[in-house]
Ligand binder design. Sequence first.
Ligand SMILES: NC(=O)c1ccc[n+]([C@@H]2O[C@H](COP(=O)([O-])OP(=O)(O)OC[C@H]3O[C@@H](n4cnc5c(N)ncnc54)[C@H](O)[C@@H]3O)[C@@H](O)[C@H]2O)c1
Length: 256
Amino acid sequence: MQIDGSSAVITGGSSGLGAATSRELAQAGARVAIFDLNKDEGKRLASQLNGVFVHCDVADESSATRAFLTAEKQHGIAQLLINCAGIAPMARIVRRSGPHELTTFEEIIRVNLTGTFNCVRLAAASMAKLDPEKNADRGVIINTASVAGFDGNVGSVAYAASKAAVAGMTLPLARDLAEYDIRVVAIAPGAFDTPMYGSLEQRAANKMLNDILSPKRMGQPPEFAKLVRHIIENQMLNGEVIRLDAGIRMAASYSD
Ligand SMILES: NC(=O)c1ccc[n+]([C@@H]2O[C@H](COP(=O)([O-])OP(=O)(O)OC[C@H]3O[C@@H](n4cnc5c(N)ncnc54)[C@H](O)[C@@H]3O)[C@@H](O)[C@H]2O)c1
């Protein structure tokens, strides 16, 4: 799909991978709408990009419905949806204090999985109404999984479950939406230098760096955004989960 002149929604676009994606797509000529809970950063970035910020909880039905309507009024139906909103609290299944809190598990699933599903279903229903163009995509949807969905380490059970589910949705979504010429791809990032990664303890972060093959460094958010751009522009990519991870296979544990 051609990015120039298109309308794009980026969830989690106020920070990290979503912010870099918002910049990349705006630079390529898209009208960008940032959906996020972080108002200050989101508004600042949206105004730099001549885009719009919409305060939105991706996992809340009415909040996301309102957000898509607001974005649509300003920019028209979104042809691009990039889901980057996510959270990553860590906890083991059993701790000295007792079992993993059920509420923590439910909250991670709510934001990472339900939030992704919620935005996909709303965006896809609108994209499907767009006039078909010969040999062209009606829309492209890109979800963010994680390498933790395949090789989750100690303490990531809820996060890993949410991200494995995001990966697992990719093919059935692509199959459901093929009749509308909407492509669906997921990216599974390794370690990227964002506020989320910064919340890891320094020693754990250093240990993780040792398991990256090459280049032995964290990914930078614009490198994620570049892949988003390529997926949008390359019509042959569909129904696939792409690891973007410099070859990392996470070890069982990064804690002491
Ligand atoms: N950084 C990494 O190393 C890494 C690795 C693998 C996967 N990921 C995934 O990439 C995505 C982006 O992560 P990041 O590193 O940029 O993190 P980040 O914390 O910098 O950005 C996440 C954004 O999501 C927003 N958000 C959280 N809950 C929300 C909700 N309910 N509704 C709307 N917005 C919400 C936050 O406000 C924030 O702006 C996440 O899904 C994360 O799980 C990140």
